[in-house]
Design a protein. Structure first.
Lengths: 439, 292
């Protein structure tokens, strides 16, 4: 039999609870919205559109998947040079110009594809754009004279000293000192072999034929010659990149394992069931908190002052930060062990070290191992960032390539390698965990 | 029977009359394996350390002597200029707030996208079960890309400032949280979903009313843990190029001697922020997961 007044109070409480719940359900999205609009203003999102350089994005994307070849004639010396991305070390020798560049005395004909023909000759230069007409440029008494079908479209940019033409097929620019044509082609140029290599521009069939054929260099087999040409590629530096990747993994490995080795004994001193002295425990816990709280960034800066740039500094920075983290988690794991095993070992007359070895370690080993392996994977990623600061590993190569703002194909290459490296470490640590712990 | 089917195990058969010997034999073999593993590990560590040392600019032992030199220099200079420090703390507070805002925005954005990825990649829950491998792979790839890669590219396109850092951290966060969220969603009880489905609820209603209330504490606690990590990440990204307190630290450090009072002020702010947010989120996570 329910008391009417009791029922009334219960009803009121439930009503009240519903009301508060409804209020929170509304207030959380409202608070989030307020915070987001504050961020919107504080991060200056409206100004972002003005600051964004979409042309940079275009350059970057096209560089990721394509490369350009420069065909340049110096107008003062009449010297022609054909090079990939305009780099001196990727300049074609006159006898190995690509098929789309033809020279005949002082006349150079460049076939940009789809009937776009550029001609350099002694009078000046001409660009034949199908569907539009011929753009003819001749220098006359220090100025450039342009003859082209009127009206001049906006993809032709004309000033007194420079005329540039941009078409889907390529770019063309004439100034008093030089005339340049850029042809874009898909892919990454010279990825396997550079121009000066005997293996350049050979198909797979030709390469296999060379492998079985006569030695190009009497001192070594063709296979090792080919491997060394690839490894020491002057444009892509595959060997150095592989070393940098190895350095990054090395930093992560040394840092993580070193931190675990240091943290394990210290964790016993911070665990309440092993260290009866409150003050010692307190001191070690605060030490772990301090090392963790100072953060990898600050440790990296301090350490690189003492040890100079390089992978060891990076490894030590990871080691310091993670010994704090490991100290904390290991001591928590130690506090959660089952005391019965330790007592059993104690009853046989074992000393403290033996108790730790046979009573405690088998219990916490799976937890420690899975922690350490997880951090090994995550530190591979951190080592990339730390490498950018201390100057070691793939992080350094990546930042350098980005700072020069032109080697975007290198950036794409490094990005792909980093992703593969991290995923490989992820599956390796997962495999090792399954092998060692069985789950 | 087993012997007949699979043939005898290689090696000596244990003598059943003398189990002690068999046990000792097994233990010895185990110890030998452990010893070999240990030797291998020590050799790896030593050779790795040597390689790292050879490729480093400075030597480990000689560096060890100088380890205290830089902090001592910084501290002594900051001590002579200690009167400046309160004003400097106040001066750098906005940068610290920006760093924390970057982390918070990235966690919110990454968390929202991570939830999307998680719902797409969890079996039983996915709207289009055929696409689950796709969602999983994309979460894996997003997780594998370090923040700095995205940040540097976005700085090139968008210019400096907090937005590249937010997007870069959010990208990585989405991948990391996507995996954790989907793991906890996989353990959710499907009965509420079935009940809701029987009333004719749509997919979004089933998720919103059947799954989210179950996983919310876990998801929130993962997101808070990520927030802690992201504060550190956003400080580091600032040092590499985008805004926040990391950038101020870089400027002060580049100056070398003479601005160490600023360096100390920034170190102190960063340290306090990290410790305070670690404690707060640890407390909140405890409450969320354990109920009280």
């Amino acid at each position: 039999m329910t008391d009417a007044s009791q029922f009334g109070t219960a009803y009121a409480t439930v009503q009240h609870q519903f009301k508060t719940r409804r209020l929170t359900a509304f207030s959380i999205p409202v608070l989030l919205l307020i915070y987001l609009s504050y961020l919107f203003i504080s991060f200056d999102i409206p100004g972002l559109a003005a600051r964004a350089r979409m042309d940079n994005a275009k350059i970057l994307l096209s560089d990721f998947v394509a490369y350009k070849t420069h065909v340049t004639r110096d107008n003062r010396t009449d010297k022609l040079s054909v090079s990939i991305e305009g780099e001196a070390k990727a300049t074609f020798a006159p006898n190995q110009y690509p098929a789309w560049v033809k020279t005949d005395g002082d006349t150079t004909t460049i076939d940009l594809g789809k009937d776009n023909i550029v001609t350099y000759d002694t009078r000046g230069a001409r660009y034949n754009v199908p569907g539009y007409g011929v753009i003819d440029i001749q220098p006359e008494s220090g100025k450039l004279k342009l003859t082209a079908p009127q009206p001049i479209p906006d993809w032709i940019n004309v000033t007194d000293t420079r005329i540039s033409v941009t078409t889907p097929q390529g770019r063309f620019a004439y100034s008093r000192s030089k005339v340049e044509t850029f042809k874009y082609q898909p892919g990454w140029a010279l990825f396997f072999f550079t121009l000066d290599s005997p293996f350049y521009d050979k198909s797979y069939g030709q390469l296999t034929a060379i492998l079985g054929g006569e030695r190009l260099d009497p001192a070594r087999s063709n296979l090792s010659y080919m491997a060394s040409e690839f490894w020491h590629n002057k444009q892509w530096h595959h060997g150095d990149v592989a070393w940098a990747l190895f350095e990054t993994v090395l930093m992560a490995f040394l840092g993580t394992m070193g931190a675990a080795l240091i943290a394990l004994p210290l964790a016993f001193l911070a665990a309440s069931n092993f260290t009866p002295f409150r003050s010692v425990r307190f001191a070690f816990r605060r030490l772990f908190d301090f090392v963790r709280g100072v953060d990898g960034l600050i440790w990296t800066i301090i350490l690189s002052r003492a040890f100079g740039p390089g992978p060891m500094t990076g490894a030590l920075a990871i080691l310091l930060t993670d010994s704090g983290t490991f100290g904390k988690t290991f001591s928590e794991a130690l506090e959660n062990i089952d005391e019965k095993q330790v007592e059993g070992i104690r009853s046989t007359g074992a000393g403290p070290l033996q108790r730790a070895r046979f009573g405690v370690l088998p219990q916490i080993a799976p937890i420690l191992l899975s922690q350490v392996l997880y951090y090994l994977e995550s530190n591979t990623r951190s080592a990339t960032v730390i490498g950018a600061i201390v100057g070691g590993g793939i992080g350094l190569l990546l930042t350098q390539a980005i700072i020069t703002q032109k080697d975007w194909e290198d950036v794409a290459y490094y990005m792909i390698l980093i992703v593969l490296m991290v995923m490989a470490m992820d599956s390796f640590s997962g495999w090792l965990r399954r092998k060692l712990i069985g789950r | 029977m087993v012997d007949i089917t699979f043939g005898p195990e290689p090696g000596k058969r244990p003598d059943l009359n003398n189990p002690t010997e068999a046990y000792i034999h097994q233990t010895r073999r185990k110890r030998l394996y452990g010893f070999i593993l240990l030797i291998l590990f020590v050799a790896l560590m030593a050779s790795g350390f040597k390689t790292a040392q050879d490729r480093n600019a400075g030597d480990f032992l000689s560096g060890l002597h100088q380890l205290h030199a830089f902090p001592a220099e910084v501290l002594s200079e900051a001590w002579t200029n200690r009167a400046n420090i309160p004003a400097l703390l106040w001066q750098y507070l906005p940068s610290l707030i920006e760093t924390i805002n970057i982390a918070a925005a990235a966690t919110l954005l990454g968390g929202a996208f991570g939830a999307f990825l998680a719902l797409g990649s969890t079996r039983h829950l996915a709207r289009f079960p055929i696409l689950t491998p796709l969602f999983r792979r994309s979460a894996d790839i997003m997780r594998a890309i370090p923040e700095i890669v995205i940040a540097l590219i976005l700085i090139f396109i968008l210019g400096g400032g907090p937005v590249p850092a937010v997007l870069a951290i959010a990208f990585h966060t989405a991948g990391a949280l996507g995996k954790l969220f989907s793991e906890s969603a996989e353990n959710a009880d499907l009965k509420p979903v079935e009940g809701l489905a029987s009333t004719g609820a749509s997919w979004s209603q089933q998720i919103w009313l059947g799954i989210l209330p179950q996983v919310a504490p876990n998801w929130l606690s993962y997101a808070l843990l990520r927030f802690e990590i992201n504060i550190r990440a956003s400080a580091i990204l600032g040092f590499v190029g985008s805004g926040g307190i990391g950038y101020d630290l870089k400027l002060a450090m580049q100056w070398g001697g003479g601005k160490y009072d600023q360096v100390i002020a920034i170190f102190a702010l960063l340290f306090c922020a990290i410790v305070v947010f670690d404690q707060l989120s640890g407390y909140a996570r405890n409450r969320l997961v354990k109920g009280q």
